[in-house]
Ligand binder design. Sequence first.
Ligand code: 5GP
Length: 175
Amino acid sequence: MKEQIKVLLSEEEVNARVKELGKKITEEYAGESVHIVCILKGAVFFACELAKRIEVPVSLDFMSVSSYQGTTSTGEVQIIKDLEHSIEGKNVIVVEDIVDTGRTLHYLLSNLSSRNPKSLKLCTLLDKPDRRVVDVNVNYTGFDIPDEFVVGFGLDYDQKYRNLPYIGVVEFVEK
Ligand code: 5GP
């Protein structure tokens, strides 16, 4: 079987939406600063593009948690790399690539809220609401998408396709 990618959201659509999200965050945090917690590796591309569109002071930190093996969720969440800096007293925005079952974010948000940030919000590029198993409060969403396995703009399939500048669906076709 050969993999091919069908475009779901074009580069132009994604970039336009990221710009809108940046504007919204800029307005909502006027006079404050924002501390982005980027979830490695998938959210890196989105977090960088978003940060460039936010016009209040932005600081950045990274966290890595376990997620998918191949295309199926294991349902287990583990911190692989923790934050370098304390988030106490900061306006934290967790930036994630996609919310699927919600397990990862449910765990992460409760973990981070116990570290006493001034505020804690979640911004995801993509959301698959139909797949939700655990309730998660998403404050900023790029796009709601159907239940399909997507790649691009940071999202991978077995570490491939993260560098695609658009969001696509992996299709398997006969060679
Ligand atoms: P959740 O805990 O919400 O089920 O899963 C969140 C994580 O699963 C995401 O951060 C991402 O790593 C992975 N994930 C969920 N859906 C997809 C998808 O369609 N494509 C890719 N590449 N990863 C996904």
